[in-house]
Design a protein around this ligand. Sequence first.
Ligand code: GLN
Length: 459
Amino acid sequence: MQVSVQAPANWRSHEMLRSFNFVSTSTPGFTILRSSNKSSSNRRIKTNSPSPMATLSTVPTDKEVESTQKINPPLQVAKRLEKFKTTIFTQMSMLAIKHGAINLGQGFPNFDGPEFVKEAAIRAIREGKNQYARGYGVPDLNSAVAARFSKDTGLVVDPEKEVTVTSGCTEAIVATMLGLINPGDEVIVFAPFYDSYEASLSMAGATIKSITLRPPNFSVPINELKAAVSENTRAILMNTPHNPTGKMFNVEELNAIASLCIENDVLVFSDEVYDKLAFEANHISIASLPGMYERTVTMNSLGKTFSLTGWKIGWAIAPPHLTWGVRQAHSFITFATSTPMQWAAAEALRTPDSYYEELKRDYMAKKAILVEGLNAVGFTVYPSSGTYFVVVDHTPFGLENDVAFCEYLIKEVGVVAIPTSVFYLNPEDGKNLVRFTFCKDEKTLRDAVALMKERLRRR
Ligand code: GLN
C-alpha cells in the first residue's frame, strides 16, 4: 500500500517522457497554453492540419506551441497543482499528430455520435434554449437521469433532490471532492487510477491512500483494503468498469467494499461512465447494494455511451444529504452546464434499449479485432470485461519500461498507446503495462494491428 500526500516530483509523465528525450524540451507549449497567463490569451495561433494518420481531439500542434513560448514569463501554479503536468492523454495525442501515428491512446471515438442526439441539440439551440440552465440541471435532464438510474439499478431517486447535472463526469468528481472532503481526510483509490482523481483530491487537500490492483485479474486485495481503512478514512473512490484495465468489480468485491464502508462509516464515490460498455459481466452499481445508497455518490456521463466526449454532460446521483455538498461545490465551479446540450442529453437518455444493445455489439466487434490483433503481435493481453480499453504487458518486446515502449511504438511503429505508470502513486507498479483503446473505426484498428505485426519484434 502506498500512502502519499506529496508524491515524488519525478514520477510524472512529462518528466519521464522528457528523460527519454521524447518530449523535446523545446515544446513545453501545451503547458503554456493551459496557463492562465494573461499575455497568452491574445495570441491565438493558426492550426496546422494533422497527418491523415493521426486522429485528434483538440490539442495544439508544435507550431502553435513554439510561437508562444519565447515571450512568456515563468509558469505559475498554486502549490496544490504544482506537481501535475500536462495530462498524458493530451501529450500522447500531440505526439500522434507530430509523428503521424495511429492514435489508440486517448479514449475518444474517431466516429460521430448519433444523429438524433445531434439534431436534438440543434433544435434546442434554434428553440432559444440558450440562457443559463438551472444550476443543478434542466428539469427534463434530471428526470431522464433519474429514470435511467432507476431502470438500471432498481433505485428510485428524486430527480429534484438527488441528481446534479455537471460539466462531464470530471466535474462531478471534483465537485464531489471539494464539496464533501475536508483537508486531511483520507481517501482510498485503486491504482491504476484515472489521472483526474489525484488532482481533484489534491485540490481538496485530501490524503491519498492507494491500493494497487495487479494483473492478470486486477482483483481487489481485500485484506490490504481493510488494513488501509483508518479512523480518518472519509471515502473510497472507485471506478467500474475500470479505466485503464477494463476490470469490472464483481459482486464479492463490491460486497466486501460495502461492508467495510458500512462498518467504518466511509463514503463511496463511484465513477461509472463506462457502465454501458460492460461486455463480459453485468454492471453493478455499488449504490444498489443494501445500506449503500445513503453513503454513495454515483457519477456518470453522456460522453462514452453516446460517442460525444466533447459535450461534457455528466451528473452525480446521491441522497439529499450528500447532494448538498456536491451542489455547493458545483454552484461555484461552473454554476450551470450548457443548456441546449442538456436538452439533447435528456433526449439521448430516453433512447430505447436497442441503442445500447447495438452500441455494445459494435464495440464487441472492435474489441475482438484489437484483442486478437494484440495477441497475434505477441503481447500478453489481460482480460478486459468493460470500457473501451485493454491493457497489455509489453515486456516481450524488450523495452525497459512503459514510457520507453510507447516512445518506440510511436516513432518506430506509428501507433500510440498510453503508458500506465502515470496512473500509480508508485510508477514502478505500471512499468510493464500499456493501454490501448478500441474506440476507433475498424479500419483504424486493423491498420494499427498491421503496423505492429510488421514492425514489432519480440526480443
Ligand atoms: N477519458 C479519456 C481516456 O481515458 C481521456 C480524457 C482526457 O483526455 N482527459 O483516454
